[in-house]
Design a protein around this ligand. Structure first.
Ligand code: DGI
Ligand code: FE
Ligand code: FE
Length: 209
């Protein structure tokens, strides 16, 4: 019992130190507003982790790092694919900005030393989501959408409330708004975004039956 306490204490300390150093690094790497957004995602992910029973530090670490490749433009991201062994999908070749998620995950692994695959996957899937996300992936996907400094989405208050009530329903709402927004800009939808929406609509329908 005593051993377990010491183990969890040091594990927590390690996570706290890692988080502190990643925070410092992100403050240097990201523009000010993007850094503020990332801190917002980190704490919002912690709150969702408390609500749904995910690991709080994993959520905060994924949150602070999720946009660590956001400072690169589409061309730079495409060029970085070679270096990081990322094979862009057709949608990512057309809309290379989407690659900040996958390249960000690769940078988190190679440059920031993150080994936890669940954290790396949560960073990689934060923009489009995917069918059957892990709890951590879904938390980061939603925290990115609802964190305090976000203000461009029309139904934000409702989605924020829903995120703490029913994570799957909130995911549907976030996907629907993103698809409306992307359509409104005349850009095309990544099929993965549509898969995410369809998967969570089906889950929600099944749960209601
Ligand atoms: O990086 P953030 O701005 O914090 O948020 P994000 O990673 O969710 O990226 C948001 C951008 O990604 C937003 O401009 C909409 C865009 N996006 C999300 N899904 C799709 C998409 N853009 C296109 N073209 N297609 C998508 O399916
Ligand atoms: Fe992002
Ligand atoms: Fe983000």
């Amino acid at each position: 019992m005593k051993g377990k306490t010491i183990f969890s204490f040091s594990k927590k300390r390690k996570a706290q130190n890692l988080l502190k150093s990643l925070n410092k690094k992100m403050r240097k790497v990201l523009k000010e507003q993007r850094y503020i957004h990332s801190v917002g995602v980190s704490y919002t992910a912690a709150a969702l982790a408390m609500r749904y029973g995910a690991d709080i530090y994993d959520s905060m670490i994924a949150g602070i790092l999720h946009d660590c490749a956001k400072q690169y433009d589409g061309m730079q991201l495409l060029n970085l694919c070679d270096k990081y062994g990322v094979l862009p999908t057709e949608a990512e070749r057309i809309m290379p900005e989407l690659l900040h998620a996958k390249i960000g995950s690769a940078i988190a692994r190679k440059k920031y030393g993150i080994k936890d695959e669940n954290i790396l996957n949560a960073i990689a899937s934060h923009t489009t989501g995917h069918a059957d996300m892990t709890l951590l992936e879904q938390i980061i996907f939603m925290a990115d959408y609802i964190e305090p400094s976000r203000d461009e989405s029309p139904n934000l208050e409702e989605v924020r409330r829903m995120a703490f009530t029913d994570l799957n329903k909130a995911t549907i709402m976030a996907c629907e708004s993103t698809i409306d927004y992307v359509n409104g800009r005349g850009a095309s939808i990544d099929p993965t975004t549509e898969e995410t929406l369809n998967y969570y609509r089906n889950i929600d329908k099944t749960a209601a039956e």
